[in-house]
Design a binder for this molecule. Sequence first.
Ligand code: EPU
Length: 417
Amino acid sequence: MEKLVIQGGVPLSGEVRISGAKNAALPILCAGILTPDPLHVENVPHLRDVATTLSLLGQMGVEISLDEKGVVSLTAARLNNRVAPYELVKTMRASILVLGPLVTRFGEARVSLPGGCAIGLRPVDQHIKGLQAMGAQIDIEQGYIHAKAQRLKGARLVMDLVTVTGTENLLMAAALAEGTTVIENAAREPEVVDLANCLNAMGANVSGHGTDVITIGGVSRLHGATYRVMPDRIETGTFLVAAAATGGEIRLKDTRPDMLDSVLSKLIETGAAVDNGPDWLRLRTNGHVAAVNIRTAPYPAFPTDMQAQFMALNAVAQGTSIITETVFENRFMHVQELRRLGADIEVEGNTAVVRGVRTLGGANVMATDLRASACLVLAGLVASGQTVVDRVYHLDRGYECIEEKLSQLGARIRRAR
Ligand code: EPU
């Protein structure tokens, strides 16, 4: 199994490019199912989750081509298999995103139930309830969601809770439904907005995206389009925290500062200086990091996908901080590993109390999920001596060329078997 070996203690400095957003690319690739015409998707990051999505679409009969610029072209003219098998869904929960597109365009889908994962139970009841309200007949058979419908009908969908992929699945389903669908208590995440913009480029009639009420006027056919995936706000935030934690100065290009308000205001609260243009960000530190309290919640509040990285930052900050995780019930798996590096953290329910220590010391640690892995890499960059982060495959799901980008910023990091 591959590992990352890090010699810590080097302040990061320099410039890197931010990749396309994983969590926008995955639903946008699945939107390719909605039309028989080619969908050309630009700025698709090279990630394991993208590869998994492409093999899922490929085994359904979607024709896929990749050019040297990273543009992925999908043609779902001859899709002949409407099944997302357990073997793929268990490696990537986002496979559930084929459910809405398959049932709305082809009238049938069989998608394996995702089951639990490292960060929590993560049910998909809201996806199912929404499709049922639009007229789909849904049975759970042998661990699979079997959805059938003639043509879905527009409906008023009031979500019980804010769900990102749930909103995305229903948005795609409603795009080809008969009549108007209104999704209330919809997710406002920028990735939902990116998907809606892509659907509109394909001829859909979506409005209100970016607010908690999205209205979709169903159309009978969508056409092909060329669409560029937005920059990854979580990758952006992760590099900024890495610079703040190591006492460095970095510039990130090809990103979008306007999607990061809650993260940037927390970084400024730590004492970092942040400035930006429309597509770049620069962060400088004065060597002191003040501890900051964090409470995760749906966008535009502080993202759960940045919680672990801020835990690493707070672990070496001045003062004590309280981190409250409200989105997932079990997203503190990194705490045990941070303690192995010398962090002083106590967990009570969904709250962690982090007492900043002067320094961390390198050790062998094990990654448990994507963002927990990022947190351990950041801690390793700060720690004195050598840190070995095992199970790097988690990181490869969501960070493109992480060790190359960190090396470019001066980090001493290498991959080993
Ligand atoms: N939930 C339900 N029922 C549902 C759907 C969700 O109870 O039908 C619960 C979940 O269990 C969770 C909460 O609602 O407690 C929010 O989950 P959500 O559905 O919003 O999460 P998701 O759509 O499965 C996406 C991202 C995650 C990110 C979350 C929250 C993708 C592919 N994944 O997951 O990204 O943490 O939204 O912002 O977009 C990551 O990139 O590391 C990652 C985990």
